[in-house]
Design a protein around this ligand. Sequence first.
Ligand code: GRA
Length: 385
Amino acid sequence: MDFSLSDELRSMQQLARQFTEEKIIPYADKWDEDHHFPVELVHEMGELGFFGCPIPEEYGGNETGYLAQTLLCEEVGRGSSSLRVAFNTQCLGTALSILRYGTADQRKRWIPDLIRGKKLGCFAISEPNAGSDVMSMASTAVPDGDGFLLNGAKTWISLATRADMALVYAYHDRAAGSKGLSAFLVDMHLPGVTTRLLRKLGTHSFPTGEISFQSVRLPGDALLGKLGDGVKIVFSSLNQTRLSCAAGAVGLAQACLDAAVKYCNERQQFGELVGKFQMNQEMIATTAADLEAARLLTYRAAWQKDQGQVGNVLETTYAKYFASQTVVRAAHAAMKILSAYGYSSEYPVVRYYRDAVLYEIVEGTTNIQKMVIAQDQLGYRKANR
Ligand code: GRA
């Protein structure tokens, strides 16, 4: 066992830290307040290679791997939970699936532009009546001539209103059950595609929306993988996007701890620094210990993927589950320590608090993560594939 980071990983971490400190942290509160999506930062991160870690050089990536990707997600997530989502829209939920399941033409068409941030991507799984219950989705893409006819509605899709392409999951044959689900690469500029922006509690700098597909004619080469590969693709994709959530949660929990520590060492009450009070120390200690554990679980899941164990659903689920719980506790602790200042828009803690909650919902709720873990423990269904 070696817990140290290589020189290459440390320098990538350093680059992302510096980028976040210079280009994100000074503006993140204002962007959040204005609901402003700084698209130019997605381009910049793309140019710096932030989205290309698990992608071969042949398609514009840098092949530095999942642990590298995780470190970058963590650093960006420390500055902005909103911008962290770009790792999923540009790579883990889109380009990476195209790399795994796409043809040479599909890879060439989409991957380089997505990971360089030149084209914006999104992935469309959830529907108004299909959240945790993925398989109950109602969208259909039935064979039609030499292509497919896509109909349906998707919701809670990051970048829906801005994306150039979407990886859409839909049934080509509803009657065939799980074997009837397929994945499609959809050009978002096609006739019949419309979107609507949604309002939400936090992550205001990254738009989330609904997509409606009304008799959208897809060409035959929109199909990703084979007919019926939808289940395989969607669950393997969720197993990578959940890792980025875990990393983002670790980054945000670190931001919460940093804010709490700074305040403890500045603010005086009853004649001494508030850090001297044991009840505050208890919150600092539990946050710091949780954070260490969450970070180790996250790095382990990433490291396993770098060893070729990309189907490590169980360990990725532990990481996503524990990191999302950690960040919620960390944000609550920071709020209590900063108290009225925590609740005020003058400090970023109010943004951290709003953004933290999302980690318990997105990419599979906490209860879904627990379900996966419990079913594995009980022997009902092995999580790893
Ligand atoms: O046997 P089969 O051929 O019928 O296949 C079944 C099963 O073997 C089928 O799926 C297969 N399967 C998997 N295949 C590969 C299940 N898990 C895996 C896996 N890990 N890898 C259906 O299985 P089932 O048991 O009938 O399904 P289920 O009862 O519905 O339970 C599965 C489960 C609860 C794990 C699943 O539904 C799940 O993970 N739900 C959570 C959904 C989720 O994470 N949604 C997030 C949407 S994306 C998102 O939030 C992105 C945010 C928005 C954005 O940023 O754009």
